[in-house]
Design a binder for this molecule. Structure first.
Ligand code: 5AD
Ligand code: SF4
Length: 506
């Protein structure tokens, strides 16, 4: 069969469940978003016995790997796990593509432009593969959970050797072995979430700040969002496993941790044997000797009073709340299935402000959701003014196949969406600049992260509320918490000079 005939073979199936067996001399079940939507009652098992089999621990000897990561912190953290597994297989990491023997592209499916970037990169790698046929290229992350993406790769991107899903990371040793030694493209994507694998090796990217996963998946099903399909149902890790990981990071000198989950406020809801939530977890983590604890990302609906009470205790629990609002208009919020109103969101924020007076808020906003009128967009603008966000991640709505919103008519013209985004960003910047103007003369606590981007002689770090601060200080302060008196405010950052702790007043 020639290439054209093979393609025809694929295309002629009308069932949607295409059989690629003749094409790739292998069979596989394509991922299915429909399947991924199902939420069953089956128990999630936790495994503590992960290891790279002995016969696979030398596979990477004298070989190098590179992981390109797109998207959110969850993906960054997954890449740390994959790097850990690859190192356990004997691979070394490299930052140079030409040096790599294995390249993994950890993808993001949240918006179309994220997907386009990935396909751009896959295209570029074709030439590299031609020069170096021994190179193994893998695609993983959220895009690989989408049937349409897998099919597109199968049909058009023969340079890819391996596709695996977000629930298959622990299978990497086996899959990679098959990709290296087999002739066929290896595809393994489970649509249903798997169990929790506790002790995967992990190669963390930094030594100052660390991510700690507290739960996986999302059951919220906001109508625009692909995440509940690509990441499966909500599964919480056991508190004792999380606490042990935080203690381990503290012992190893980490200064800040971020508790991670697609919807961290739902933490514990699925733990059948204990009545335990994010508030309880944070109350225990608060007692661990680590200077800063953050969490992301929250859903306003699950932000309960106990959590607020615990956060108000302060200490290492920083007063920064990322609280995605998405829209300031009730009709749009309803279409998004966010299940709160503008009023209840503001009420929650006020409750938090009352308990934590110096709390700073950041948010996520989508503009141009189906049917969004100019007036409805104005509601978002007035909400942003009312909330005085420190900053906001703002996005143009992007229809995602398989989600309920994708069935709505995407009827806001792209030009209008772009204009709304520009107006919103101008407002967010203005508010951020205004807020920064309050800082000169004040002293803030800063975790020193390293050299600043623009000048290696200048160091930079972040306040408890995540504001960027630049200052001159000895390099020995990197990785410590110091105090900086702010001398100048810019739109996105603050400049200052180091002072003694006694002068702190913020
Ligand atoms: N289009 C645009 N933005 C989206 N987000 C999620 N799905 C979409 C989409 N289809 C945004 C939301 C979410 C953030 C992580 O990404 O604002 O909070
Ligand atoms: Fe997506 Fe909504 Fe879940 Fe966030 S809470 S991951 S926006 S479905």
């Amino acid at each position: 069969m020639n290439e054209e005939q093979k393609k025809a073979q694929i295309n002629k199936s009308s069932t949607g469940e295409k059989d690629y067996s003749q094409y790739f001399e292998t069979t596989y079940t394509p991922p299915s978003l429909k399947q991924a939507k199902k939420r069953g009652k089956e128990n999630i098992e936790i495994h503590y016995d992960f290891d790279v089999p002995e016969d696979m621990q030398q596979i990477g000897k004298d070989k190098k790997f590179l992981i390109r990561t797109y998207g959110c912190q969850m993906n960054e953290h997954d890449s740390e796990n994959m790097a850990g597994i690859l190192m356990r297989m004997g691979f070394e990491s490299t930052a140079a593509v030409e040096e790599a023997d294995v390249i993994l592209i950890n993808t993001c499916a949240i918006r179309e432009n994220a997907e386009n970037k990935v396909f751009g990169e896959i295209g570029h790698l074709k030439a590299l593969k031609q020069e170096n046929p021994g190179l193994v290229i893998g695609v993983c992350g959220c895009m690989s959970q989408e049937e349409s993406v897998v099919n597109r790769i199968l049909q058009k991107h023969q340079q890819i050797d391996l596709i695996f899903g977000t629930h298959n990371i622990h299978r990497l040793p086996e899959l990679l072995k098959n990709a290296i030694f087999g002739k066929e493209m290896v595809v393994e994507v489970w649509s249903k979430e798997g169990d929790i694998i506790e002790n995967m090796p992990r190669a963390r990217k930094g030594k100052i700040k660390g991510w700690v996963n507290i739960m996986y998946g999302c059951d919220k099903f906001c109508t625009y969002c692909i995440v509940p399909y690509t990441r499966g149902k909500e599964r919480s890790r056991r508190p004792e496993d999380i606490i042990e990981e935080v203690r381990h990071l503290a012992r190893n000198g980490y200064q800040e941790i971020t508790l991670l989950g697609q919807n961290v406020n739902a933490y514990g809801k699925d733990l059948a044997d204990i009545d335990y939530g994010l508030g309880d977890l944070m109350d225990e983590i608060r007692k661990i000797d680590i200077p800063r604890v953050r969490f992301t990302t929250s859903h306003p609906r699950d932000f309960d009073d106990h959590l607020i009470e615990v956060l108000a205790k302060g200490g290492n629990l920083v007063e920064h709340i990322h609280l995605p609002v998405q829209s300031g208009n009730n009709d749009i919020l309803k279409l998004m299935a966010r299940k709160y109103t503008r009023e209840s969101y503001v009420e929650l924020a006020n409750k938090i402000k009352k308990a934590i007076p110096n709390a700073s808020f950041t948010t996520d906003i989508i503009v141009g959701f189906p049917n969004e009128t100019e007036e409805q967009f104005e509601d978002t603008m007035t909400l942003v003014k009312e909330m005085e966000y420190d900053s906001a991640f703002t996005y143009i709505y992007s229809p995602r196949d398989g989600t309920p919103a994708a069935k709505m008519e995407d009827n806001v013209p792209h030009e209008v969406k772009k204009k709304r985004l520009a107006r919103l960003n101008a407002l967010v910047n203005e508010l951020s600049a205004e807020k920064n103007k309050e800082y000169p003369g004040k002293t803030v606590e800063v975790l020193v992260e390293g050299e600043s981007k623009k000048d290696p002689e200048v160091l930079s770090g972040r306040t408890r509320t995540n504001r960027l601060v630049n200052f001159r200080a000895p390099k020995s302060t990197i990785g410590t918490v110091i105090y900086v008196k702010i001398t100048e405010a810019k739109t996105w950052s603050l400049n200052g000079e180091v002072v003694e702790p006694a002068e702190v007043n913020i």
